[in-house]
Write a protein that binds this ligand. Sequence first.
Ligand SMILES: Nc1ncnc2c1ncn2[C@@H]1O[C@H](COP(=O)(O)OP(=O)(O)OP(=O)(O)O)[C@@H](O)[C@H]1O
Length: 481
Amino acid sequence: MLWTDKYRPQELSAVVGNKKEIKIITDWVNAWKSNNPQIPLLLVGPPGIGKTTLSQIIAKQFSEHIELNASDKRSQEIIKSTIGESSSSRSLFGDEYKLIILDEVDGIHGTNDRGGVKAIGDIIKSSKHPMILIANDFYSKRLQSIKPKCQVIKMKKSRWNSITKLLREIAQAENVDANPAALKEIALKSQGDVRSAINTLQALSSKDSTLEVQDVENMKTKDTRSDIFNAITGVLKSKTPAHVKEAMWIEEDPTLVMEYIAENIPREYKKKDEIKKAYDYISKADIFFGRTQRSRNYGYWKYASDFMGIGVSNSKHETYKKFTKIQTPTIFTLMSRNRGKRNLRDEIAEKMSVKLHVSHSIAISMFPYLEIMFKNDELAWEISDYLELEDNEIKRFRSKKIPKKVINKMEKQKAQMRVEERDRRAEELKNQMITAAVEIEDSYEISKPDETKAEDTVKKEPPKEKKEKKKTDKQVSLFSF
Ligand SMILES: Nc1ncnc2c1ncn2[C@@H]1O[C@H](COP(=O)(O)OP(=O)(O)OP(=O)(O)O)[C@@H](O)[C@H]1O
């Protein structure tokens, strides 16, 4: 069991730090309990400092509560039907108040979500029930209209000495012999993130030996052994698992490393089957990163790391004897240009999930396939037209503009098509993209990490329905054009 779950505070007095903020929250709860309605609370602060924990402790004070993730249910209608109407009709729940907890309010994205932000604003206005909204980024644009309607509680990172004290208590409860200096080192390293401090303590603890400062420092030396460029070169140039693993020990966000590897695969690998296999591994790594994020089980990182490291390195037949300049992922170059573009990926995925009926994460996993499809000018125009992509979204998949000549020709061709012909062509395009999605979705069906690891030997049968669909639609492989 994760120690962060085992030692999640059950009462306000056990929450580390933010005492002043906790007092305001307590007053807010007491006001509601004495039938004095209050505007919603908006808890804002960096990850891992106890916002969710606090809201769950508060929930115990009310007879009922519901927890929703604002970024899961994005459309205005869904948010309204889920909590909107019930929140204004108190009688549904008798005379008791029902606490509504809305997490990741700043995570809402996409066109529909503008509706989502508006829906939240409407709900706040009409709600007769206490509401707690949670967000990470105080300056998020999405909070602009919500902030004035709430009592904003800016939660701060915890101080290292409070974290050290908490770590000492956990170590004692777990019978871990830890040098106090080692605990202080973990607390300092966590930079105020209590969750990460507890996770590090659990990862380094052993029942048989004393936890020393050196153990905490060793983590650092291991992590800085290589930089991101060496790591990518290690994966692309080596075929020896031990070398790849060593190269992958770096102090970087692993999802960033994945983006780098994904960007550079087609620059280094030249054979179609190598590229396809390598991207399959990238999509599997992406799935495990998603699982890590959802479950907070960092054990999944190991699998993600093996897929994008050893999996990708083994996808080539042999090592290429050439020099490849490692490129920064296009997505980051685009994202760094301005803040609006940071949501580019999600905007595109949103359009794809609406048109192709695939989930957001599957849509994102399909990006590398789309990049390949976008190499063909006409296909690039057709897909962009079908998905209704804007120019900046097209740029995500190809740096070169679609030539004017091709655009004119395709527009003319489309104008001359009969409605049925247009529909048929749209269906063909959809199937071409879905072929990629089906492959990715099949790998989604793997239930346990261990089974996934053994995927090379045990190939899963696709679901019957999809198999038949493939046959009747005569889908074209993405690699056949
Ligand atoms: N202030 C704190 N006091 C004690 N434990 C804490 C505190 N903050 C975090 N933790 C520990 O970290 C775990 C995760 O915290 P929590 O989910 O509440 O953080 P959060 O601020 O909501 O993070 P996120 O923004 O990522 O959702 C808790 O289960 C708990 O073990």
